[in-house]
Design a protein around this ligand. Structure first.
Ligand code: 0A1
Ligand code: ZN
Length: 869
């Protein structure tokens, strides 16, 4: 590999301010896919406290053409170039360094720095990609003001974009043209971006609350431009919402968003020029599902909100990553919740948190929200940093309340605008605005592992005394650190025999307000006196803290809570608990299955409920979410029991499901109104259950033929494939023909093929990997074919003969050479391997060891090493 194998570990404790800063940057690009030249003029300043520190700039894979210091060519004796950077010797005062380098976008398959996607050139610089463009002090606490000039062939690259405000453009000789941009806001180099290509756009004007006129543009390849409408409208909604809810306005004359077919992650918040994976931009009713539409709005919001939480206030160092990501995820969650259904959004977010982050925190890749060390920062764009990070912000919001929280954020933004902040800076603002002591709360950032809260109760019928004993405990994580009690807001409710909420506050040593206690010690007791009967308790409404609840509910109590609790999340959790008890503890809990079936029947029969909520409760958790509740994972048993439960639900409610399916008429379902989306959701859950009992798959066939949305077409196809219906192959072929040209819809088709829950799906994956649809340089395709196969097809990927594992490991070494970040991410699908049965674990371990012994990128070596422990 082009990076040294034994790379040093970087530690938060070793942070030191930069010895040299760049204050101004002038970049001139002569763009060409084959060979681009970059001229960089950097105004450099030494730290006055350390004037003798060497001038060291980061740089990788750069071909030096010229170098000059303060206008004078620099002789070779005055500088040194090595594999990771440039050292200029004998400077100790402010200076101007000019370098000219050649870089090769066409062969840049890592998609970091400047690369080619389709016919366009574009950049990705977070976290450390800028050093692949030019020599620079590539760290987030070095912010500079940029002027950028782009020069390129006018025919090949008619559109030229970079950060900031346009500052001139014109023609050059021999068919070239130029465009200049000035970004007045100082920024770290990870927020630099440029795009050059043949692109079309949709645009709209926006006037900010402080009266600035902004042109908002969404760019894509010309044929895709009509599919940018939803992204454009989502942007305008995000801009308005951030003004209203957080008082944050946009700060440049233009805001550009560009769709890229080749993109390693989801999207990137480059200042004024967001670059997106095309799947989070392009949408119409025929090529995007309802979930895609929602995800697009949310990712658009996320990247836009970074303009303040990330760009205006950036990070001191990469350990603080959650400072921007956790806060921005919280902001995007609130955006969706304010615009749509808050209850459904919380269920979605908690499902993701529990299935991804809780699992991560319980496995070999567990790490604190603010890691103490890393060898490759790209491996820390994780569910823990993002989703648990957002939960920490949510807890602060709960503890402080909306108004004080808002004041605290205003203080944080005002104090650190244009600067590089730390988690402590955010907590200081929260503390100052609220007057609260957050010293213990800060542990959430540095302690890995999901806390468990064990609740035990006692009721004395003679006195009516009722006690809840709450004990928190965080299980050990691979770092071996000692776990301390956390400060966490614990919401609760008690219901009396008439299903009324008991308003009396408990006696307790914990700080409290109605419906919530703040746990700080390892144990607390809540005590009520004189209750007429044992009440029914409910806990963690809205998931008030990212913790696992341990309370041994009787099935009948879960069924009752599912009816009476006011918090939708708790009701949904009751259904989840009943499913888990039925699948995992069938013998110990024989009453769980009938209680679940009765509860689902009641939900299905109640047409006053939001169909989306009913659909969420009726959708049985996937195998991995169930496995997360087990110490050892018996995959075969889990699969069998889960399937049996689904069959039972389908059998018990055949009539109700059919009635709901038929009543939610497709004629009324064509649009994107919330009612249509909710109806489709329930209808498709019902279809999936109904098709289990109908080998001819009549309804699914009809739905596939008549579908007027991609959501309905895909749901019908998935139902046909799951039961191997007679018409499944023809439907699959018809779908493929209909969408053959579009890579994103092809990914949908491939997802169905590779996740078909049959052992012979391995053959289909093998065929795809040998055919023209396999494009290992395209991250979306890799994620679709190998990622979905490994994560979402337990039956085929985890086949006992190891054929599934072999497919993944056949490709991983090559993928690692192409794009290390993508390769490393595929490995994370193996996170639970040690908890699988001995045969499977042994096969995976053998593959992992053989893989880890190869010369690997830092990314893959790090993940493989941690998986092996
Ligand atoms: N900051 C982006 C995530 C991101 C991270 C790394 C990337 O390239 C390797 C790209 C994007 C976000 O939170 O959306
Ligand atoms: Zn982000």
């Amino acid at each position: 590999m082009d990076r040294p194998d034994q790379t040093p570990v970087i530690r938060l404790a070793d942070y030191a301010p930069p010895p040299w800063r760049v204050t101004h940057v002038d970049l001139v690009f002569d763009l060409d896919a084959e060979a681009t030249q970059v001229e960089a003029t950097l105004a450099l300043q030494p730290d006055p406290a350390r004037p003798a520190a060497p001038l060291r700039l980061d740089g990788e894979d750069l071909e030096l053409l010229d170098i000059a210091l303060d206008g004078q060519p620099l002789p070779p004796a005055r500088y040194r170039v090595d594999a990771t950077g440039l050292t200029v010797l004998g400077v100790d005062a402010p200076c101007l360094l000019r370098t000219r380098v050649r870089i090769r976008p066409q062969t840049n398959t890592r998609l970091e720095g400047l690369y080619v996607s389709g016919a366009s050139l574009m950049t990705q610089c977070e976290a450390e990609g800028f050093r692949r463009i030019t020599w620079f002090v590539d760290r987030p606490d070095v912010s500079a003001v940029y002027t950028v000039t782009l020069r390129a062939d006018r025919t090949k690259y008619p559109v030229l974009l970079s950060n900031g405000n346009p500052a001139g453009a014109g023609d050059l000789d021999d068919g070239h043209h130029w465009a200049r941009f000035v970004d007045p806001h100082p920024k770290p180099c990870y927020l630099f971006a440029l795009v050059a290509g043949t692109l079309g756009h949709l645009s709209a004007p926006f006037r900010t609350m402080d009266g600035r006129d902004v042109t908002v543009r969404v760019w894509a390849e010309p044929a895709d431009v009509p599919r940018c409408r939803h992204a454009l409208e989502s942007t305008l909604r995000a801009m308005r919402w951030d003004e209203k809810r957080f008082g944050r306005a946009y700060d440049l004359d233009v805001f550009d968003i560009v769709a890229a077919q080749d993109f390693t992650m989801g999207a990137m918040e480059n200042k004024g020029l967001n670059i997106f994976n095309a799947r989070f931009i392009l949408a119409d009713i025929d090529t995007a599902t309802d979930a895609d539409f929602e995800a697009i709005e949310s990712v658009i919001g996320h990247e836009y909100f970074h303009n303040w939480s990330g760009n205006r206030v950036t990070l001191r160092d990469w350990f603080q990553l959650s400072l921007k990501e956790g806060l921005t995820v919280f902001r995007d969650q609130e955006f969706t919740a304010d615009l749509h259904s808050r209850a459904m959004k919380r269920i979605d977010d908690v499902r993701l948190l529990k299935s991804r982050q809780f699992a991560e925190d319980a496995g070999p890749l567990a790490h604190p929200v603010r890691p103490a060390s890393y060898s490759e920062i790209n491996n820390f764009y994780t569910a823990t940093v993002y989703e648990k990070g957002a939960e920490i912000i949510r807890m602060l919001h709960t503890l402080l309340g909306e108004l004080t929280f808002r004041r605290a954020l205003d203080l944080y933004f005002a104090r650190h605008d244009g600067g590089a902040a730390t988690v402590e800076d955010l907590l200081d603002a929260m503390r100052e605005a609220s007057g609260r002591d957050l010293a213990q709360f800060a542990r959430w950032y540095d302690q890995a592992g999901t806390p468990q809260i064990a609740v035990t109760e006692a009721f004395d019928p003679a006195t009516g005394d009722y006690t809840l004993h709450l004990a928190q405990h965080t299980p050990a994580t691979p770092d071996g650190s000692e776990k301390q009690p956390l400060h966490l807001p614990f919401a609760f409710a008690l219901y009396d025999a008439d299903d009324r909420r008991i308003a009396t506050p408990p006696d307790t040593d914990a700080a409290q307000r109605p419906g919530l206690v703040e746990l700080t010690a390892a144990e607390h007791t809540l005590r009520w006196r004189g209750l007429a009967q044992r009440p029914l308790p409910a806990f963690l409404q809205g998931l008030s803290a990212p913790a696992r609840l341990r309370y041994d509910y009787a099935a009948s109590d879960l069924g009752r809570l599912l009816r009476i609790e006011s918090d939708a999340l708790v009701r949904w959790e009751c259904a989840q608990q009943l499913v888990a008890d039925a699948v995992l503890r069938g013998e110990a809990r024989p009453d769980a299955r009938p209680a679940l079936i009765a509860a689902l029947g009641a939900l299905l029969a109640d047409t006053t409920l939001d169909p989306a909520f009913v659909a969420e409760c009726v959708s049985v958790a996937d195998v991995w979410s169930l496995a997360d509740r087990c110490d050892r994972i018996d995959l075969d048993l889990l699969w069998r029991e889960r399937e049996a439960l689904l069959d039972d639900i389908a059998a018990a409610h055949a009539d109700l499901l059919a009635a709901r399916y038929d009543a939610l008429s497709p004629a009324a379902l064509g649009g994107l109104a919330p009612a249509c989306i909710a109806a489709r959701q329930l209808r498709n859950v019902a279809l999936s259950l109904l098709t289990r009992r109908d080998p001819s798959a009549r309804r699914a066939e009809a739905q596939f033929a008549q579908a007027n949305t991609l959501t309905d077409r895909l749901a019908a196809l998935a139902a046909l494939l799951r039961v191997d219906a007679p018409g499944a192959a023809a439907a699959l072929a018809a779908f493929r023909t209909r969408h053959a040209d579009d890579p994103l819809t092809t990914d949908k088709w491939l997802t169905l093929v590779v996740t078909r829950p049959q052992p012979d799906a391995v053959d289909a994956v093998r065929d795809i990997l040998a055919g023209p649809l396999w494009q290992p340089r395209n991250p979306n395709r890799v994620r679709t074919v190998l990622g979905h196969f490994a994560r979402n097809n337990p039956v085929a990927f985890h086949r006992r003969d190891g054929a599934g594992y072999a497919l993944l490991f056949d490709w991983l070494p090559e993928l690692d050479r192409i794009n290390p970040q993508v390769a490393a991410r595929q490995l994370t699908a193996l996170e639970p391997w040690r908890r699988l049965d001995a045969d499977r674990a042994a096969r995976i371990e053998a593959h992992l060891r053989a893989f880890a012994a190869l010369p690997l990128s830092r990314d893959s070596a790090d993940v493989a090493g941690r998986l092996l422990g």
